[in-house]
Design a protein around this ligand. Sequence first.
Ligand SMILES: C[S@@+](CC[C@H](N)C(=O)[O-])C[C@H]1O[C@@H](n2cnc3c(N)ncnc32)[C@H](O)[C@@H]1O
Length: 253
Amino acid sequence: MPAEQQAAQPSPHMLRVYKDDKKGATAFFRNRPFLNTVLKLLEKESDMPSAFFHACSIGAEPFSFVAMAKMLMLDVSVEATDIEPAFIEVAKEGIYPNAVLKGMLPSEKYWFNAKRGGKTQIKDELRRKVKFQPASSLIEPLLKEYDAVFAMNVLTYLSPEEQTLAIVNLAKASRKYLCVTAFHPDQIRSDMEFAGFEPVMTNQEEIHNAWGDRVREGGAERGTPGYSWIVPPYNTTAPDYDWRYCAVFARKS
Ligand SMILES: C[S@@+](CC[C@H](N)C(=O)[O-])C[C@H]1O[C@@H](n2cnc3c(N)ncnc32)[C@H](O)[C@@H]1O
């Protein structure tokens, strides 16, 4: 997407949800170039590609994926889960504050119905397309295979050793694409190479810079909690830049 077109898009409205000590910040259409890129890749793979969203929080991410797929006239089969059962219950209802609509284009707002009390609900047509599975951790193996597996903005919650294990298990469940962001960046190359995946380079810079709230000049200092979360703008002189600024990885053929 050209820069001027991207600038004209509304910024996603972040939903900050909490359950006890668990945080589940998410947004609808959080990274449009990212979702669009994965859908275009999947379109080439199958008439009805399958996807699994781990760490889906309250559902904004899988619902955005299905909405964008429908706008591309692509039928998809989608499952999702999170470690926190309360977030999955919210996702199943698909009811959100009206504020989420402020971050959307008219074509995106189409997928919501007005509810009483300042709320809006995902249309049944989308709600039925996402099968929410019982809560589980992404460290545990998945039981099926999918064309694409997603674990977005969650690896930062794990230790570096747990990230290696999670990537091995997510990779086993992915026939073609493995999508991750907010990972421990210094080891993402070795974790992905070990799992047999390589970066997709089509529009990596556009996707990276579209993380908006996470991209800040200078990034965060190594060794601090924000190191995998707050990232610097795309920089081809950084070591392993094609791995550390990547969100879409493909199984090596
Ligand atoms: C920052 S939110 C990201 C939500 C969504 N993926 C996105 O990018 O908008 C992180 C989510 O990861 C979930 N989570 C944390 N640890 C997890 C684990 N070990 N396995 C699965 N989900 C986990 C949290 O409950 C939370 O919903």
